[in-house]
Design a protein around this ligand. Sequence first.
Ligand code: ZN
Length: 169
Amino acid sequence: MSAHSYKDLDAHVRHHLECVRYGDGENVAVECTDCCEVLLDFDHPPEPVAADLSAYRGVFADGYTPEEIADVLDAISEKLGVSLHCLWEYVGEYGPAGDSDLLAVIDGEAREIPPGLHELLVEGTDDGVVDPATITDGPREEWAQGVTHSYESESTRNWAIEDRRTTRI
Ligand SMILES: [Zn+2]
């Protein structure tokens, strides 16, 4: 991928551009056929799959910090092919705080996490095999606002319903 700025893209004005798929659709790209250059490309997101997460049994038994959320949910999201997030009650001067919920995001919509995942991570029970195909519950009403008011931080795994910061980062 080579276009990252005005200058990069401007160099291809009036060139012939094509949008092409590679392999069996593993990757899609916008290319300049005059320069034989890929300007923009994305890999196909992984299909949700059942995964053995027993290595994460009880990882949140003593609670969790935003940093731990980022580490663990990054790893688990990749294994499952489903984006998992933590929705905190609010974000204050020192970061996310208050009550929190884990949620899964599918097609841009917040869903309940797969059954058994909370038990596995927090209570250390469950057999550890988690199947994203079992995610069926729709978004909870109290999430609607939070999901639209997600905030940027070092990690995109931590979201907050309310922004109580007085100085913006
Ligand atoms: Zn070009």
